[in-house]
Design a protein around this ligand. Structure first.
Ligand code: F6R
Length: 357
């Protein structure tokens, strides 16, 4: 089933442009615009706050989703780690709508929250890759990811599919409220798919970056600001779980509040610079770590790039940059793991779906 690929993870990374195109087709209405069905639109319109609940990579997609939902459609949105929800239960608004993001649709931590909030009588929506999964069956509504089966334990195409579907949801809510978006999402997702395709074609460059920065390091840092910070959390998780290199994602401005103490000569620091409004500040954070000996690898968006950047991402709409910036991070983690002789599809201690709480 993995055809000529050496493993599933590489195949699934490569499938991402096709997954985005498939999502656009699946969600396209008769006017050629991406939209969601009326039931879900109505349920969201009737709620005053969205509560996203998820684990791991799906939680990271939720963080990006919150930004999309709040920025594009003005709906207050919170994101919660499923396994913490019952202990750190947020104060709920009057009419909450719960959104469960889960590739497998079987994550026990997320299901426990679903069962709990259903008992309280709240509306629920599951965003999942698996039709007929537990979380899909038990929620009032489902949005499918259309990513095709994800076999590798490390989630790649499901993450980008989740972000893409959340962008469609956000745009649809905005439309429903009569808010004019200043861009055509259907068209912009097409541009994203092309940008992803260009990035997965740069394997040699990314393999070399992995070798140069990660060959014999014990740790690595990822820094970014605004939405790039959320992609840094996901990038660090990818590296940790398949290469066993200790990695952390940080908000660029937080470094000076403690983490910078960990920077030594040669410490790899990956910096994402895809957001115009924070480009100056993330670049000064890079200078701060370089001054302390870090080996910095800057990945920037075309138009914001500067001399010395290691990789320039093709330009896409600034609300959608996570869809492209995560791709080189997945490939860097992949090659680092391969170079260290790790089993990329089946990392130690991990299962594809976590069905225990
Ligand atoms: C990381 C990864 C996990 C899952 C998490 C949630 O690559 O795959 O962090 O994202 O276990 O799984 P789902 O999305 O199936 O609920």
């Amino acid at each position: 089933e993995k055809g000529t690929y050496p493993n599933y993870m590489l195949k699934e990374i490569d499938e991402q442009p096709a997954v985005i195109r498939k999502i656009v087709m699946a969600y396209e209405d008769d006017k050629g615009q991406v939209s969601i069905d009326e039931d879900i639109r109505g349920a969201i319109a009737a709620s005053d706050r969205l509560y996203i609940v998820a684990a791991g990579t799906s939680y990271h997609a939720g963080l990006v989703g919150k930004q999309l939902l709040e920025n594009l459609s003005g709906v207050p949105t919170e994101v919660h780690i499923a396994s913490e929800f019952s202990y750190n239960m947020p104060l709920l608004s009057k009419n909450p709508l719960f959104i469960f993001i889960s590739q497998s649709g079987e994550t026990a931590d997320s299901r426990a929250v679903l069962v709990h909030v259903k008992k309280l009588g709240f509306r629920t929506l599951t965003i999942t890759n698996v039709a007929g999964s537990t979380l899909s069956r038990e929620a009032d509504h489902t949005l499918l990811l259309h990513a095709g089966p994800e076999i590798a334990v490390a989630s790649t195409k499901a993450y980008t599919a989740q972000v893409a579907v959340l962008s469609i949801l956000a745009a649809d809510i905005a439309n429903g409220k009569g808010m004019e978006l200043d861009f055509d999402l259907t068209k912009e997702l097409g541009i994203v798919a092309n940008a992803m395709a260009a990035l997965v074609d740069q394997k040699e460059v990314l393999e070399n970056i992995a070798r140069e920065y990660l060959a014999d390091t014990r740790n690595a840092f990822y820094i970014g600001r605004a939405v790039d910070y959320f992609v840094c959390l996901e990038s660090a998780l990818k590296l940790k779980e398949i290469s066993y290199i200790q990695a952390e994602g940080f908000a660029g401005g937080e470094l000076k509040h403690g983490t910078i103490a960990l920077i030594e000569k040669g410490t790899p620091v990956f910096a994402l610079a895809t957001q115009a409004h924070v480009n100056g500040s993330i670049r000064s954070n890079v200078k701060e770590v370089v001054a302390r000996g870090a080996n910095a690898c800057i990945i920037s968006l075309e138009g914001l790039n500067e001399e010395g950047d290691s990789l320039v991402l093709p330009e896409v709409h600034d609300a959608l940059t996570p869809l492209v910036s995560v791709v080189p991070m997945q490939l860097i983690a992949y090659y680092a793991a391969l170079q260290r002789g790790c089993d990329v599809d089946k990392p130690r201690n991990l299962a594809k779906s976590v069905t225990v709480e």
